[in-house]
Structure formats: structure tokens, C-alpha cells
Design a protein around this ligand. Sequence first.
Ligand SMILES: Cc1cc2nc3c(=O)[nH]c(=O)nc-3n(C[C@H](O)[C@H](O)[C@H](O)COP(=O)(O)O)c2cc1C
Ligand code: SF4
Length: 454
Amino acid sequence: MADFEKFNFSSYEELKRKIDELGVNIKLTHDLSPLLKPVKIGGKTAPNSMAILPMEGCDGNPDGSPSELVHRRYNRFASGGAGLIWYEACAVVPEGKANPLQLHINRDNVGNFATLLKENRKSAMDRCGKDHKTVCILQLTHSGRYSRPVRDPAPKVPQHDPFLDPPVGLKLEDPVVTDEYLDALQERYVEAAVLAQEAGFDGVDIKACHRYLVSELLASHTREGKYGGSLENRARFLLETIEKVRKATGRDFIIATRFNVFDAHPYPYGFGVDKEDCLKPDLTEPMALTDMIVKTGVDLMSNSSGNPYFRYPYFTRPFDTPSAGVDLPSEHPLESVARIFSLSRKIQTAAGKIPVIGNGYSWLRQFLANAGAANLADGSVKLVGMGREAFAYPDAPYDILTKGGMDPSKTCITCSKCTQIMRWGGRTGCVIRDSKTYVPLYNEARRKFETGKK
Ligand SMILES: Cc1cc2nc3c(=O)[nH]c(=O)nc-3n(C[C@H](O)[C@H](O)[C@H](O)COP(=O)(O)O)c2cc1C
Ligand code: SF4
């Protein structure tokens, strides 16, 4: 492992030299044309190969409907020209919200989601032309261990975990969620998916990443009963939910899943990890899971890894500056980026024709386009996903489409300030490139957090 270093490359050649020096598997190309190619996803076609990854703003209305800030965010994403927008984590039950302002789709507010979709589709077409039909996917979630629907943590866990219980105030004698709760929860996913279809989304994602409930179920080696123990049991909730959602929504509705292929969390509490060294992936089970997911007939996948709440957030999102209380990684960010790329590549290979959206690109700044195009060209992924880059520079796809590249003065600088707002319990976005809106919200979140501590 090489020493940690902040991004300091002003040219393609300098970055390439560093990649070669470290010997990491990150390819670059000057030919950005692969990013412009349409991609078939289920029965729809994304107009290009660039996707916005799900990025939660923690800023819905208290009833779970999209607020003005949510409308603003998605209109910016839509007019930015990406071929696919993967809308952020949206709770399927009120007790599964990760924060009081997380989106929560339900019968009473489905009309507000429909208005959002209509507006976003118009924003995309007004800017990119009437043939630009953005594929819109809603991520459905239950926050499990990280549920905090009102003010304080209200964890719902599938298993106890000596590392993760104390931070959320859990004791060994506290109950885990019952099989009956999980059986009923599958139906709530189905209801939310049917509502998302009614609102005009092209599909839904059954979220199974970042150690929220369905992700932690994949790792529930110590749970008893039909949702724990063997891989078949641990995958049961995800696979059955996909099948039930398919039955209720029909063949034309896209079903996706974004799942953790590597938790970077000690065995037996982590998924996809080496039993002796949890910082090393062991992909035996994740590859078997990928095969099982493929068999359910999903239309779209995305891999992720890590637990953004625990020690090693760079497994999910490599950064220059960590949020408060997080150590600097003991590796070079290019090594972190290369690990994420290699996981996507393996999942795409196993997924065959089913498109996989790659991630972990934002640390590369404007060169994400060069790395993304290279990954598309060699078949490592079928779409290139932008996370923090989309907060900072929602027009990045448009600039790639119309100007042939990205403006370095507009890119995300991986400062973790958007994560920090989340940790303080505030409403988040890019503090650096969208400062007029988000510097006041950063200051507000810090003030409230510090006052709350006194
Ligand atoms: C503020 C913030 C909110 C996020 N919200 C979500 C989310 O709702 N769902 C999800 O799957 N990932 C979420 N992520 C993870 C991103 O989708 C993405 O995987 C990660 O940031 C790495 O991609 P990047 O390097 O392009 O930022 C979030 C990340 C950040 C920083
Ligand atoms: S605050 Fe902006 S620049 Fe900093 S990490 Fe978030 S999106 Fe990137």
C-alpha cells in the first residue's frame, strides 16, 4: 500500500504517471465517445452512459414528500443531461427513515413524487432536446440499524454486532427484528414500488448496500431462522422482495439492486470479507449472490462497498479530507478507486448483459471522464456513475456531451463537507461549488449540532 496523498494532478499525463508508478488497474483514455452511447436498461434506453448515483440530501418535507430543495437538486441533475438518474434512498416505512427528513413514498404523497418526476423530465428535455428521455430509478430503503425517524436513533437490527451496537445505543438484550416483521416488510417494498410506478418512475432499486437493513441481512451469519445463517437465508429477503416487486409491477418496470459486495467489516458481522482480515475482500459469496440476483431477472445493478458510518468510509468514497473523527486511510486514494473499479468489473462480468453502474469516480475530478470512458470501452461497466460530482457539478454530463470534457474549476474536491452536514443531522449538498445555498445550511447544521450537545 502506498502513502495517502491528496489529489494534485493538473494533467492527464501526470495522473497517468502516478497510476503507472502505483501499478493500480485504472485505465484512462482521451476518447470520451463511449460516454455518449445510449444504453439499454430493461425495456428502456438511457440516452447516454452517464448516471447520477443516489445521493441523499436529508431534506424532504416531514411527511416524506419532496421539498423545494429536493426539486432544485433533481432539476439540476435532470438538466445536467445524465442518461439515468438513480434517485436517493427513499424509505418504505416511516420507522425505516434514516433521518426525520428522508423521503418516504406513501399513498398520501405519491402525487408530490409525480409532480417532481414531471418537472424533472421537462427540465431534461428543455435543455437536452425532446428525445432526451432520462431513465429515472427510485432507491427504496429501510435504514435498519441506522433508523432515526424522529430525533434519536431507533435502530432495527437483524443481528447484534459488538462493533456497531454501542454507537447506536443497543444492548445485547435488545430484540432483533422478527421474521414476521421482515415478512410484512417485503409487502411494504411492493407497495412502495407500485406507488413509484404510479408516480412515473421507470423503476426501483431494492437497496442492499452501506449496511442498512437489507445490506446487514446479507451479513447476518449469527441470525437464527429463515433470514440468517446460510447464504441462501441471508439473501432470502432481497431475492424474494425482487420477485414480489416484479410480480406486482410487470415486465416493463425496471428492477434494480445496489448491493454491497464488500463490507470491510469483521467476520462474522461483515459480508464479502476475508475471515482473518476484514480489509481484504473475499468475493466467493458476493459472486454467488450476483448469480442469484441475475436469476431473479433484474434489469440493472450497482455495486458498492463499506459502511459510511463506520471506520473506513474510503471503501465507499475515496476522499482528500475526511469528515470529523474519521482517520486518513492507510492507502493511496488511487488504490481505493482501483478497488472499487475492480469490484464493479467483477460484478459486470458475472452480470453479463445486465448493465452495472460503476462508482467511486469523484476523487478523479475532471479525469473521471477519461477513466469512465476507458471502463466503458473495455466492458468493465455499462454506465459510469457520479456521486459527489453530481452535487458539485450537475452539468458535468452536459459539458462532456457538448464541450467534450469537464471544467476543472467546477469539480468536487472530495472535502467531505457534504458528509459532515449529514453527520450533524442537517440538509446536505455541495458546500464548495454550490456555496450560496449550502454554506448557510452547513453553518446551520453545525450550530444545531453544537447547541444540541450542550
Ligand atoms: C452526502 C451523500 C449522500 C449519499 N446518499 C446515498 C444514497 O442515498 N444511496 C446510496 O446508495 N448511496 C449514497 N451515497 C453514496 C454515493 O452514491 C456514492 O456511492 C459515493 O459517494 C461514491 O461515489 P463518488 O466517488 O462519485 O462520490 C451518498 C454519498 C454522499 C456523500
Ligand atoms: S461538499 Fe462538494 S466538494 Fe466537498 S465532497 Fe461534497 S460535493 Fe465534493
